[in-house]
Design a protein around this ligand. Structure first.
Ligand SMILES: Cc1cc2nc3c(=O)[nH]c(=O)nc-3n(C[C@H](O)[C@H](O)[C@H](O)COP(=O)(O)OP(=O)(O)OC[C@H]3O[C@@H](n4cnc5c(N)ncnc54)[C@H](O)[C@@H]3O)c2cc1C
Length: 417
């Protein structure tokens, strides 16, 4: 069987890995000159099943309101983007109740935990060096009220079977000495010893090299313009370089998936939500984070990739604008200086912005679509690195007619019909 994979981000490449391993002929198409050049390029690197909470929560409408008023550094909604958010926004609001939050977070946790296992298996089999750090992740809080709320939220993770340790200030500093500088501004944290981190781009590039050795073909610099359809089947992918045909097609275009799928009549409730990432060289190997984690009250994630400190933040509902200005990083630069004042070259920032592909309920959309030979692997939102390997294993199993290893309820397209 010849499978054409649309998109060479971490999701497309992990799909190529599983399908080529199973003996399929695989072609991957991407408009960029190399793999992982868009959203998979410089994310925070966290593999964070313990943070599988969905954005749609009872708290979210209030956050959105603050975002519209421009009073929140973590969330921004442009008034002009509101019309394009209407349908998605209504679905999102329907999921902002306690029961849906619990149900959707449970689904995300299921796929995140499975995916981490799949990532570990790929690592064991390939030995790709992607700065993997298996020292747990620390989610810390600055106010005692948010700490108490965060610790309560983590009860759900504990119920789901995740290892969760509630830390006071001293225990946080013992785990992550750099936080000592926060002094009384640090209220406490939640430590998940099984969460981990690593560089998503380096992993994706390493896996793509192994795919190529196995015979996977890559068509880089090839912009996809549409899908040709006859009845309930896709018959070709249209690109600026001409059409390409296969027996099956996997849509893994991240935020751009709905733009292409709708040309074949498949509506996907996935919207782009821009995020920003700041990378700084670590000049003193003893400096920078020992683990990785999230500064919860600053909505900022941080990770260490070898001698690079990465800080990411902001959920910006602005449509398909992936640009950035230096001022977009003011918040992250301030967080970086506060948390890691020394041993980091704050004057050598690398800026990047990209679009998270976000579904209204939170989990990605995996497997069968309304078209018989079009398969979906998209909508991974703020946790695509965490969920990619498991998602791609499920999609590959579906294409190959195998039963997925985990329950896929809440992960398939059916939920949107
Ligand atoms: C700031 C930020 C921080 C994040 N931090 C984390 C984190 O710590 N942990 C975590 O798990 N996740 C994180 N994420 C989320 C994660 O990065 C994404 O969910 C993941 O990268 C999505 O992968 P993807 O392969 O679906 O999309 P992409 O990586 O965007 O891949 C899609 C590919 O499709 C190609 N493409 C699109 N349209 C076309 C077209 N028309 N023709 C040809 N090619 C096309 C693109 O070039 C791209 O290569 C973060 C995201 C952001 C923005």
């Amino acid at each position: 069987m010849h499978v054409v994979i649309l998109g060479a981000g971490v999701v497309g490449i992990t799909t190529a890995h599983y399908l080529s391993e199973a003996g399929c002929e695989v072609t991957v198409i991407d408009r960029q000159p190399e793999v992982a050049a868009e959203t998979s390029f410089a994310n925070a690197g966290l593999i964070s099943a313990g943070h599988a909470f969905t954005w749609a929560s009872p708290r979210a409408p209030g956050l959105m309101m603050r975002a519209l008023l421009g009073t929140d550094p973590g969330f921004r909604v442009r008034w002009g983007a509101l019309p394009s958010l209407a349908g998605w926004g209504l679905r999102f609001l329907r999921e902002c109740n306690a029961a849906a939050f619990r149900r959707n977070t449970t689904v995300k946790y299921r796929i995140a935990g499975y995916s981490q296992r799949c990532l570990g298996e790929i690592h064991d089999a390939t030995a790709i060096d992607y700065h993997r750090l298996r020292r747990g992740l620390l989610y810390f809080y600055r106010s005692s009220a948010s700490f108490a709320q965060g610790a309560r939220n983590m009860e759900l993770m504990r119920e789901l079977g995740h290892q969760v340790q509630v830390f006071d200030r001293a225990a946080c500093v013992a785990k992550e000495p750099a936080l000592a500088g926060l002094g009384a501004a640090l209220a406490g944290g939640v430590y998940c010893p099984d969460d981990e981190s690593g560089d998503c781009r380096i992993f994706t590039a390493g896996l793509a090299r192994r795919c190529r050795e196995r015979g996977v073909k890559f068509r880089f610099g090839t912009a996809i313009t549409g899908l040709e359809r006859a009845g309930d089947r896709v018959t070709a992918v249209h690109t600026e370089m001409g059409p390409l045909t296969g027996d099956a097609y996997v849509l893994a275009l991240g935020s751009y998936s709905p733009l292409i799928s709708r040309r074949a009549g498949v509506k996907l409730p996935v919207i782009p939500v821009r995020g920003f990432s700041l990378s700084l060289p670590i000049t003193d190997p003893q400096a920078g984070p020992v683990t990785g984690g999230v500064d919860e009250d600053r909505f900022s994630a941080f990770g260490r990739m070898g001698e690079v400190l990465r800080i990411t933040a902001t959920a910006d509902f602005t449509g398909y604008d992936a640009g950035h200005r230096p001022s977009d990083f003011d918040h992250m630069r301030a967080v970086a200086k506060e948390l890691f004042p020394t041993g980091v070259a704050h004057d050598q920032p690398k800026y990047w912005a990209c679009l998270r592909p976000v579904t209204p309920d939170g989990p990605p959309v995996l497997g069968a679509s309304p078209l018989r030979n079009l398969y979906l692997n998209t909508g991974h939102g703020h946790m695509g690195w965490t969920m990619a390997c498991g998602s791609s294993r499920i999609v590959a199993d579906t294409i190959l007619g195998r039963r997925p290893e985990i329950d896929v309820t809440g992960l398939t397209y059916d939920r949107y019909r």
